[in-house]
Design a protein around this ligand. Sequence first.
Ligand code: XIL
Length: 383
Amino acid sequence: MTRREWLRRAAGTVVAAGLPALFGRRAGALAKRRHGNPDNITGRGSLASRAAARGMLAGAAVDTRLLRTDDTYRQVLAEQYNILVGENCMKFGATQPRPETYYFNDADGLVSFAESNGMKVRGHNFVWHEALPEWFAGTVTKENAEKILVDHIMTVGGRFKGRIHSWDVVNEAIWIPDGRPDGLRSSSPWFQMLGPDYIDFAYRTAREADPKALLTYNDYGIEYDNGEEAKKRAAVLDLLKRMKAAGTPIDALGVQSHLNAASTSGFGSGLRELLDGARSLGLQVFVTELDVKDDGLEVDDVAKRDEAVAGVYRDYLGRMLEGREVKAVLTWGVSDAHTWLNGAKWREKHPDREQRPLPFDDQYSPTPAFFALRESFDNAKRR
Ligand code: XIL
């Protein structure tokens, strides 16, 4: 991207957010101050541009409150990414706050921001055991659960039909501690209302709601080489295999990738298994929620902690992007200032320290993780 294009794009961002076009110049200056020389990490130096050079997408989860209120945040999004996902705004509880009422302001804002900046959007998610609205427990029964599921998927999926790159149709359906041989999370209200068939049913409904979206199964705890994650990985692959064999429409595996800088396990044969498994089923793979927590590290020095986090980005993505079926890498947030890992619980315990799991620090300056992420795109083969 030329500098002129970059500025035009920056200005477009601000216009899209409903502010006067003049602000585009200010936003450019702001970025310069925050990033030092913007040309180092913007334009051809951006994550989006390096990912695109290898046929991939680079993205982040978006907090819609910041999207409305924070100029620099919008600027960084527009500069760095070519795909976005709502951190919370498309979840069940957010989109259907009452049984008869849907709420789309936040999700609409995200989708139109992305579109006006030429970016794609992931949908996250239709079916999960969390983020359910308050009315859910008292209203949903075995008798009406199927109708509620269909209404929800058809309404939310229909709202954004043709505009979503990929939908996480079912999120986190495997939970080994529930003790079933197939690993399904039998404690999920969806399982309890509808039995194991709720999964295939949700995918068939999603295909009808938005035939163009890549239908994705998304889960976590399947990345590391250790016994516990190996079990979950196998159960996820079995589920996908069974769905494919049944003719259920599914196109992709989402690997959340919430990683841990203090983990004693590494990456290797497990990721190969996951990638081989996905490839043999004809599925694409997306890294959907990458971040690296650093709370278990025993060093206090911030530079050393940052290096450890960046090292995990490098190791993990180095292996993961060997798989040409991996088409997108999204981090779960943009700046350390807003990561879910520094939520209320964390701050209560550690008022003096924040975790630094993301590619930008709390001043929106790139962290070592940014450069590790960018290098991982550079080192990957074209797909
Ligand atoms: C998290 C959000 O980041 C938080 O803001 C929210 O309070 C809880 O959910 N796996 C997922 C995401 O699929 O939806 C979760 O997001 C993080 C774990």
